[in-house]
Design a protein around this ligand. Structure first.
Ligand code: NCD
Ligand code: ZN
Length: 355
């Protein structure tokens, strides 16, 4: 058994459900899950109800986050047909601008090219424009990145054809980056009969061939970040007649990645780049001072059905056998999580745009 010290992780894609979906997750339960998964900074998506599309709703989410968060957080603004240009002061407070081009959970959607152009023209950051774009919308967003010289970060890329488009854009020096979610690396459509609604998310699980291309792209550096797309929904919602898409992921990503290191599919340096160095660089985040993870390599355990910090308390990876465990998360010199117990108090987390 070896103990290893690692930089703390950043997760640039999580759903905290504040405001309006707190029964699924809030900043208290969601940031407890983050610390238990080795994440000290998370960026929360705006597809809430109501969605985070103006200063008033942003303030509601930010006030809740300041009161409840146990780790550091940023909050995205969502693009609509009406809200471009967004106020520059509000842009500076945001994690980034999220544009939903494809259909998913919630009502946020941008369907017109003119709206896309307005947002691309007006966005100044410091965070990037993050797009949920699938299939043909990937080259469309690459073209907009080139036209407006705007950093576009592709959320949860899941298919081989999309990797081909992003790799070629990067080779041409265009300002694009991308993330892949663990469920698209560890699961594919062959898992659907077993998982049922618990295997449904957007983008949907793809083919075994897509999964192989994603792994190769992770290893070769075409993929910049691993982000969980932690999308909590209760068991009863998943088992209802109209199950919402999305799966939790904050607590299972680090064990899966370290298991890949054990199996020599990834190096520990690649894991650090994908979960800490690259997302901090791309999203202009500073690592919190005196913060680190302690992981035990060689600790055998099976990811359980229950007992997670995330409010829905299930995982699509339950039953997976892994050979590494997070023992401790230290945030600003304090033990924030240790051996199954979250110690950081609600309200101790900070806004990543305020330091
Ligand atoms: C997400 C959710 O539940 O908010 N669901 C999902 O399947 N990924 C929405 C999203 O990230 O697109
Ligand atoms: Zn998402």
């Amino acid at each position: 058994m070896t103990m290893l010290r690692l930089p703390t992780m950043v997760d640039v894609h999580v759903h905290m459900r504040v405001p309006g979906g707190e029964h699924k997750e809030d900043f208290d339960s969601g940031t407890a899950a983050a610390l238990a998964g080795g994440v000290t900074q998370l960026l929360a998506m705006p597809n809430t109800s109501p969605p985070i599309v103006d200063a008033a709703i942003f303030d509601v989410a930010a006030t809740q986050a300041a009161a409840q968060a146990r780790c550091d957080y940023g909050i995205y603004l969502g693009a609509t047909d009406e809200n471009a240009p967004l106020n520059p002061a509000l842009q500076r407070r945001a994690a980034g601008l999220k544009i939903y081009v494809n259909d998913t959970f919630g009502t946020l959607r941008v369907e017109s090219l003119a709206t896309m152009q307005n947002h691309f023209r007006a966005w100044r950051g410091p965070g990037p424009i993050v797009v949920h774009a699938e299939g043909l919308f990937v080259p469309a967003c690459i073209a907009l990145a080139a036209q407006y010289d705007q950093h576009v970060h592709f959320a949860h890329i899941s298919r081989g054809s999309e990797i081909v488009a992003i790799r070629s854009a990067k080779e041409r020096g265009l300002p694009v980056s991308c993330e892949v979610a663990p469920h698209h690396l560890w699961l594919d459509e062959r898992d659907l009969p077993r998982l049922g609604p618990y295997g449904d998310m957007r983008p949907r699980l793809a083919t075994e061939g897509d999964r192989k291309v994603l792994w190769e792209a992770v290893r070769s550096g075409v993929v910049d970040c691993i982000a969980t797309d932690h999308a909590p929904h209760l068991r009863e919602e998943k088992e209802s007649n109209s199950p919402p898409p999305g799966v939790p992921g904050l607590e299972t990503t680090l064990p899966l990645l370290l298991n890949a290191v054990q199996a020599t599919r990834l190096t520990i340096e690649q894991v650090v780049a994908l979960t800490a160095t690259n997302p901090r660089r791309l999203f202009h985040l500073t690592e919190p001072a005196e913060s680190y993870l302690e992981v035990e390599i060689g600790a055998l355990w099976t990811l359980p059905e229950r007992g997670w910090q995330t409010r829905p308390d299930w995982s699509p990876f339950a039953g997976e056998r892994v050979a590494a465990r997070l023992r401790r998360t230290v945030l600003r010199g304090q033990i924030a999580y240790e051996d199954g117990v979250v110690h950081a108090a609600p309200g101790s987390g900070r806004d990543v745009r305020e330091y």
